[in-house]
Design a protein around this ligand. Structure first.
Ligand code: NAP
Ligand code: F7E
Length: 323
């Protein structure tokens, strides 16, 4: 039985990855940031399953800001594979909390690499990098060779973690991989990300609990996939024979406006009656033309996204509407 160690296990990707690995008969160890109300929403079902919790799934509270809190569960797990997913992952918030983002998202990756390097049995290491490392690139689509030139504090912190991962691979011989992940969504997406914000608002408007939806730049474009496809990519990347970086993306651009129209339509509502834009939600800098070329992941790993943009938004709206 292989053992995996996941940071950010309670996040969107962490929870899907846990399900994937348990289905592949892994023993899964994860760290989560303790919440004051003690709830772990995305892992609730697995936590209440007596055949799984404390049998093949082990959870420990820990904070990326505190290396010692990670070291103990990590050494106990003695993992074959580490998936480093924990991060301050909101780009907009990174403009408000610049230092915290750099500490958690940037330095946090370094702390984990250093802990991993010192384990008696060298594990394979996956770092959740981001298309944000490319900033607003001059050429599209982006691939593993695109220059790193972030324009946001979050992108800069991820660029640091990405380069450190490469340094630990080259200099310390760690089997360390960057998955350069483009946007991916699901009903488990945090509520402040634009897809979930729109889908939640649609359900609230339908139920009469909300009267309008206030957004930032609805002309902004992204390459949006589904989280389930991306965690499969993470696993495939760590099974590869050599440690290399991979772009995971759909290769297709959509506008925020497309999400608005699809989501309101799915609930039988006219978006024009409810949606407006406000400066408060515009970013000081917002990457443009960010679209990935996943050809290497397809060629080398046999990976390709299976869930379409339209299916993703439909699933997200459905999950918000009453059963
Ligand atoms: P997510 O839902 O925000 O999950 C991140 C997890 O990290 C959360 O559970 C969060 O806990 C935890 N965390 C934050 N600060 C922490 C700290 N100081 N110590 C320990 N845990 C901490 O993000 P995701 O969408 O699953 O993404 C997974 C990874 O991929 C992240 O590193 C993200 O930056 C990266 N990524 C995501 C995307 C995407 O489109 N989803 C694209 C590119 C890269 P709290 O809930 O307590 O904050
Ligand atoms: O914004 C625009 C916003 O916050 C998407 C993270 O997972 O992907 C994610 O970062 C777009 C941007 O995601 C609102 O300006 C308009 O252009 O959902 P988002 P993100 O910033 O792309 C990357 C790859 C990551 O690595 C990150 O971890 O939508 N937008 N109006 C809005 N965005 C938000 N959040 N809220 C709005 O009201």
């Amino acid at each position: 039985m292989k053992r995996a160690f996941i940071t950010g296990i309670e996040g969107q990707d962490g929870s899907y990855l846990t399900e994937l690995l348990l289905a592949k008969n892994y023993e899964v160890h994860g760290i989560y940031r303790r919440a004051s109300n003690g709830s772990l929403t995305n892992l609730r079902q697995l936590q209440s399953d007596p055949l799984v919790f404390q049998k093949t799934l082990f959870l420990s509270p820990a904070d990326l800001d505190d290396a010692e809190s990670i070291r103990i569960p990590l050494e106990q797990a003695a993992p074959d594979e580490i998936y480093h997913l924990a991060s301050q992952s909101h780009v907009g918030a990174s403009f408000e909390q610049v230092e915290e983002t750099c500490r958690v998202t940037g330095l946090g990756a370094l702390r984990l690499l250093e802990l991993a390097r010192k384990l008696p049995k060298s594990p394979r290491f996956f770092h959740a990098s981001s298309s944000e490392i490319f900033g607003s690139p001059e050429s599209s689509p982006q691939d593993e060779t695109t220059p790193v030139a972030p324009v946001t504090p979050y992108g800069c912190a991820k660029a640091f973690g990405t380069q450190m991962t490469r340094i630990y691979r080259k200099n310390f011989g760690l089997f360390a991989i960057n998955g350069i992940l483009f946007n991916h969504e699901s009903p488990r997406r945090g509520e402040n990300f634009v897809t979930r914000k729109i889908c939640r608002a649609v359900a609230a408007i339908k139920a009469g609990r909300q009267t309008e939806l206030v957004l930032g730049d609805t002309s902004a474009q992204r390459d949006w996939g589904h989280a389930r496809d991306y965690v499969r990519g993470m696993w495939l990347a760590l099974q590869h024979t050599a440690p290399e970086d991979f772009v995971f993306a759909t290769g297709k651009l959509h506008r925020v406006q497309d999400i608005v129209e699809l989501a309101f339509q799915a609930a039988g509502l006219d978006w024009q009656k409810y949606v407006r834009q406000e400066k408060q939600f515009f970013r000081p800098a917002d990457p443009r033309q960010v679209v990935g070329n996943p050809a290497k992941a397809k060629r080398v790993l046999g990976w390709q996204p299976e869930i379409t943009f339209e299916q993703t938004i439909a699933e997200m709206v459905q999950a918000e509407l009453p059963a």
